[in-house]
Design a protein around this ligand. Structure first.
Ligand code: ZN
Length: 263
């Protein structure tokens, strides 16, 4: 399975088209983006996707009283590895921001911020669902971007391999893009490069963007495990291997590596 992906350098191919289309696409490549970057597999892939196509990319994460600070540490390691492994991307990678959204932890009641067993609730959603979290993340990200001249937000939400989180849906993203644009009186774009692909395809997308080197960065430095386990190293990276996040990541890896081995 292969995915087309554009790049800022590739824009020259349309130069022969002339007229406004050329300039519209060039200006797109010159835009600045803010990646919602948690340090997980998905947002690491989204960061590479943004670096591949935008002139300047900044990153943002939120400290909201997560049970494990491992992912906030992992993201620093991912950023360091990105800079040292991909010099072209390092030149485009700008400031990193970590903002305090402790109010989410104060609302409480989820397995993401409290030591609770991960279970499915009566409404069919797992108790890892933090109500309103992505909506808040995008609103605060848009505000940060507004202050910094950034009008593109990139997020790794996905409607394919997800747990039914309503704030990961494509319609939710499109609705919020319109709302933010109206509320800020500015053209805001929410890019969701993973929206319609599964975890196996996310591994492939990382490989398309940065080859084995980027896949290695994802394996060694990104963190997905809900339980914050960095002691067990698997082919697909670190994690407990049994929580829902680890299961998704490992099954995607197995599917991707099986597809790669096909003649
Ligand atoms: Zn796990």
């Amino acid at each position: 399975m292969r995915f087309w992906h554009g790049s800022a350098m590739g824009c020259g191919k349309v130069a022969t088209l002339g007229s406004s289309r050329y300039f519209r696409i060039m200006s797109h490549a010159l835009r600045h983006a803010l990646v919602l970057f948690s340090g997980g597999q998905d947002s690491t892939t989204c960061l590479a996707w943004a670096l591949d196509r935008y002139a300047h990319v900044e990153t943002v994460a939120f400290d909201y009283g997560q049970r494990h600070h491992v992912e906030l540490e992992a993201r620093q390691n991912v950023l360091h590895a990105m800079r040292s492994t991909f010099p072209d991307w390092a030149a485009r990678l700008g400031e990193d921001h970590v903002l305090d959204l402790g109010v989410i932890g104060q609302v409480g009641g989820t397995a993401m911020t409290q030591a609770r067993e991960i279970v499915t609730q009566a409404n069919g959603l797992p108790n890892t669902f933090v109500p309103g979290r992505n909506l808040m993340f995008l609103t605060v990200s848009a505000a940060l971007g507004y202050r910094r001249g950034i009008d593109i937000l990139v997020t790794g939400v996905c409607e394919t391999d997800y747990s039914g989180y309503p704030d990961c849906r494509d319609d939710t993203m499109k609705s919020q893009q319109v709302t933010l644009g109206l509320g800020l009186d500015a053209r805001i774009t929410i890019d969701t490069p993973l929206m319609w692909i599964d975890k196996a395809a996310t591994w492939q997308l990382a490989h398309d963007l940065g080859g084995d080197a980027l896949v290695d960065v994802v394996i060694e430095h990104s963190h997905t495990c809900y339980l914050g386990d960095r002691t067990q190293r698997h082919d697909w990276g670190y994690g407990c291997g049994t929580c829902p996040a680890c299961e998704l990541r490992s099954s995607g890896w197995l599917q991707w590596t099986a597809e790669r081995s096909l003649p």
